[in-house]
Design a protein around this ligand. Structure first.
Ligand SMILES: Nc1ncnc2c1ncn2[C@@H]1O[C@H](COP(=O)(O)OP(=O)(O)OP(=O)(O)O)[C@@H](O)[C@H]1O
Ligand SMILES: [Mg+2]
Length: 348
C-alpha cells in the first residue's frame, strides 16, 4: 500500500488493483468519461482519485459492457424481478418497461429488460436494436444465459422475446422450464429485471406474472383498461391464496395529473374493497407527443428527449420503485421459486 492509500486517495494503479481492471482501460475511461468520475485531488504534485472513484469506474465499466454488467455479483443475491403488465393491450407497457429500465440504469443499478411477449416481441424495435433470435430460440440453440442479453440504450441489457412462430413453444412445458431456468441465472447477475409481459392472462404472461417479485399494472383513464386490470388482478389473486407480493399501479396517458390520480384511486379502491389487496400507486405518466415522435425514430423517448415531461415522469417512477426495497425476497431467486411451483404442479 502506498502513501496515497493512507489518505484514502488512490492512484490509478491502486484503482486497477481494487477493481481488477487494466490500468490502460481505466485511463481510457478517465479520458472518455471525465464527467462520470469524481474530481481528482492534488496531493503533492500528483492528482489522485478519492475513494468513490473505485465504484464510479466499476459503474462505467459495467455500462460499457452489458455482458460484464451481468457477471455474478460477489455476494449471493438476486435482482428484483418486476413484471410490467396490463389487462388491456396498448396501454404503454413496452414503452414504460424500456424507459423505466433506462431510468433505473441511469440511477446506477444494473438493469435488464426482458421482452416477455413471446408472440409479438417488440422491445428491440423500440430500443433501436436489429432483430435477433428471441430468447426461446436462443435457449433451444443452447445459448448460455449471458448470451441471451444484447446491449441496449444507455448500457441496459435487453433480452428479446419471440417472433410469432415461438408462440408454439408457449405451450411446451420443457421449453418454458428451460427459459425460466435461464432467467433465474440472469437474476443473479443484475440488480433489477423488468419483464414486459403481453396483455391479459395467457399462458406465457402467466409464467412471468407468477414468477415476478413485484407487479406493476399499467392503467389508463380508459374505462375498459380499469375493468380489465381489475379482472387480471383478480385472476392473479385466485392463483395463490398466500400471495402477498407488492402490486403497484402506474397511470399512463392521462391528460391531467388530477385525472391520473382519480384513476389510480379507483383501481386501488376496487382492489382493496373486493380483493382485499393493497395496490400502491408509484407514478403518473401523462399523454405526451414525445412518445410517438421517439417511436418513429426507433429511439426510447428518454434517450430521444431526456428532459421531456414523459422522461422526467419515468425517472420519478424509477426513483419511487427503487425506494420500495424488498430485501427479504432478494435472498432467493424469483424464477427458481417459480420453477419449484411448476415442478409441484407437474407431480400428481
Ligand atoms: N404517455 C404516452 N403518451 C402518448 N402516447 C403513448 C404514451 N404511452 C404509450 N403511448 C402510445 O401508445 C401506444 C401503445 O404503446 P405500447 O406499445 O408501449 O403499449 P403496450 O401496452 O406495450 O401494447 P401491447 O399490449 O400491444 O404490447 C403506442 O402507439 C405508444 O406510442
Ligand atoms: Mg407491448
Amino acid at each position: 500500500m502506498n502513501a496515497a492509500n493512507a489518505h484514502s486517495l488512490l492512484t490509478i494503479a491502486d484503482i486497477a488493483q481494487r477493481t481488477g481492471l487494466e490500468e490502460s482501460l481505466l485511463r481510457f475511461y478517465e479520458s472518455e468519461h471525465p464527467d462520470d468520475l469524481p474530481a481528482k485531488v492534488l496531493r503533492g504534485d500528483a492528482l489522485l482519485f478519492p475513494e468513490e472513484a473505485v465504484e464510479a469506474f466499476q459503474r462505467l465499466h459495467r455500462r460499457q459492457d452489458p455482458k460484464q454488467a451481468v457477471q455474478p455479483a460477489d455476494r449471493p443475491r438476486y435482482g428484483r424481478v418486476i413484471a410490467v403488465t396490463s389487462g388491456k393491450g396498448g396501454v404503454g407497457k413496452t414503452n414504460i418497461a424500456l424507459n423505466l429500465a433506462i431510468a433505473i440504469q441511469r440511477l446506477g443499478k444494473m438493469c435488464v429488460v426482458v421482452d416477455g411477449d413471446l408472440g409479438m416481441a417488440n422491445i428491440h424495435l423500440l430500443a433501436g436494436l436489429s432483430p435477433r433470435p428471441g430468447m426461446m430460440e436462443l435457449i433451444a440453440a443452447g445459448a448460455r444465459p449471458s448470451e441471451l442479453i444484447s446491449e441496449g440504450p444507455d448500457g441496459i441489457g435487453v433480452i428479446t422475446g419471440g417472433s410469432g412462430i415461438i408462440a408454439l413453444a408457449d405451450s411446451d412445458q420443457a421449453s418454458r422450464r428451460k427459459m425460466i431456468k435461464a432467467l433465474s441465472e440472469v437474476e443473479r447477475r443484475a440488480d433489477v429485471i423488468i419483464v414486459d409481459t403481453g396483455a391479459g392472462m395467457g399462458r406465457g404472461v402467466r409464467d412471468f406474472l407468477q414468477a415476478a417479485d413485484e407487479i406493476i399494472f399499467v392503467i389508463t383513464p380508459d374505462i375498459t383498461s380499469l375493468a380489465d386490470a381489475y379482472g387480471l388482478l383478480k385472476g392473479i389473486c385466485q392463483e395463490r391464496d398466500d400471495d402477498r407480493r407488492p402490486i403497484y399501479s402506474v397511470v399512463n396517458m392521462a391528460d391531467t395529473l388530477q385525472q391520473a390520480a382519480n384513476v389510480a384511486l379507483r383501481f386501488s379502491d376496487c382492489a382493496h374493497r373486493f380483493l382485499n389487496r393493497t395496490v400502491k400507486n408509484i407514478g403518473y405518466i401523462l399523454k405526451d407527443a414525445t412518445v410517438g415522435a421517439a417511436t418513429a425514430r426507433r429511439t426510447p423517448y428518454s434517450v430521444f428527449r431526456p428532459q421531456a415531461r414523459v422522461s422526467r415522469q419515468t425517472h420519478n417512477l424509477a426513483v419511487a420503485l427503487l425506494r420500495q426495497e424488498m430485501e427479504e425476497l432478494r435472498v432467493s431467486s424469483a424464477f427458481s421459486r417459480y420453477l419449484n411451483i411448476l415442478r409441484e404442479e407437474a407431480t400428481p
